[in-house]
Ligand binder design. Structure first.
Ligand SMILES: *Cc1c(COP(=O)(O)O)cnc(C)c1O
Length: 402
């Protein structure tokens, strides 16, 4: 813990966050507290227990113990403006936990059209079943978003950049419009984390992350988090408790370990992604590179204005309309695994085909020949970028065999 109230930079906070002496004892990291039952000293203390439903107080395993508390507190410390953070067993559970906190039957949820597919499915399934209607809006159309707001609109879910197609939204403008109309604004901030986009400082009410990705960082755990200011945090906490949400102390310890190196991993990934994306932009086989950190890439100006960092996740579109070529390309990659998730130390590639799931925002985007629609998403890991580029070069050769 930082002594006193000296302001510290995000990198310094990553090291000190959540390391309360009463949780760590004489060692550096909080031990793994595996516990369902918490024992009370006597009847008087037992009677007192339920009356003190506070963070950092022993009660019963479902409310966590110091390992989970340390992780939640650390995440709060790195999200400026947050009063607290709830942990969930996955990123999807975090999104559901947040939406079920702010929505009631009869409400309308506005959702950005580039949202993560399970978020979209939640709108059309779970939320619809509970009497909430979801309407999608073009992620880049700020005026269109305001025009979509109606009397029943209660909340808006943003995602920037979109995790497949990388549209950068005007987050401050959308959050301001939401506030003016009395809507709660939520953002899926998995791509940037608070290190790259301090979402609450940019005006958003609720910041959601899949910790499975960068915070875990080693492809060995599933978890999600939701951070918010005081009033919304109290509501999130109550709803998460009533849904019985809890994460394991072993996973919390792994996530804490990942968090300590988040800053250096993101920096390295960003630098490597820029190198790879710049190289791809010059390839004759590539129609478009969608990498917000890359000058000239869609969304770069907004990214530069609003973000304080990037990450290794970006997409590109191949020229031409032949799906088999893309399959050959991905199959030829040796250093990139084919798999979901991202943000681990190892590089991954998956195909991107958003056209069938879009409601309002067109795909392929304006400016592309209608046949250029086969995308590939890369998650750049910690390998040497020169090796990754050589692997991609080999895959281009395999894609169009002589
Ligand atoms: C992976 C992901 C999620 C869901 O996280 P899980 O931990 O896999 O449930 C949510 N949002 C985005 C943008 C993601 O990439």
């Amino acid at each position: 813990m930082a002594k006193g109230n000296r302001p510290t930079s995000p990198d310094t906070r990553l090291v000190s966050a959540g390391r309360r002496k009463e949780w760590t004892g004489p060692v550096v990291n909080p031990p793994v507290w595996r516990a369902s039952t918490h024992l009370y000293d006597n009847m008087a203390e037992h009677r007192d227990g339920p009356r003190h439903n506070e963070d950092g107080r022993f009660f019963y395993g479902r409310r966590g113990a110091p390992t989970q508390w340390a992780l939640a507190e650390a995440l709060t410390e790195i999200e400026p403006g947050a009063a607290g953070t709830m942990l969930y067993p996955s990123g999807v559970a975090a999104i559901a936990g947040a939406l079920l906190t702010v929505l009631r039957p009869g409400d309308v949820l506005l959702m950005t059209d580039n949202a993560y597919d399970p978020s979209r499915a939640m709108g059309k399934g779970l939320l619809r079943d509970f009497g909430v209607e979801t309407r999608f809006f073009d992620p880049l159309d700020v005026a269109g978003f305001e025009a979509t707001i109606c009397g029943q609109s209660r909340a808006v879910l943003l995602e920037s950049p979109g995790s497949l197609t990388m549209e950068v939204q005007d987050v401050p403008a959308l959050a301001e419009i939401a506030r003016r109309h009395g809507l709660v604004s939520l953002i899926d901030n998995t791509w940037a984390s608070p290190l790259g986009l301090p979402a609450l400082e940019r005006g958003v009410d609720i910041s959601i992350m899949s910790l499975t990705k960068h915070v875990g960082g080693h492809s060995d755990l599933m978890m999600g988090s939701v951070s918010a200011g005081e009033e919304l945090y109290a509501r999130l906490r109550k709803r998460a408790q009533s849904l019985g949400q809890v994460v394991s102390p072993d996973d919390a310890a792994l996530a804490l370990r990942g968090l300590r190196t988040l800053g250096v991993r993101l920096e390295r990934e960003t630098a490597s992604a820029l190198e790879v994306a710049g190289w791809l932009a010059d390839r004759p086989e590539v129609a478009l590179v969608m990498c917000p950190m890359l000058p000239g890439s869609p969304g770069h100006d907004l990214w530069q204005r609003d973000f304080t960092g990037g990450c290794g996740l970006f997409s590109f579109v191949l020229k031409g309309g032949d799906a088999a070529r893309r399959d050959r390309f991905i199959d030829a990659l040796e250093l990139f695994g084919i798999g979901y998730s991202w943000g681990g130390f190892e590089s991954l590639a998956i195909p991107v085909d958003p056209a069938p799931i879009r409601s309002v925002a067109a795909w392929p985007p304006a400016g592309l020949d209608g046949t250029d629609r086969f995308g590939i998403r890369l998650s750049i890991g910690l390998e040497d970028p020169a090796d990754l580029i050589a692997d991609l070069e080999n895959a281009f050769a395999a894609m169009d065999p002589k």
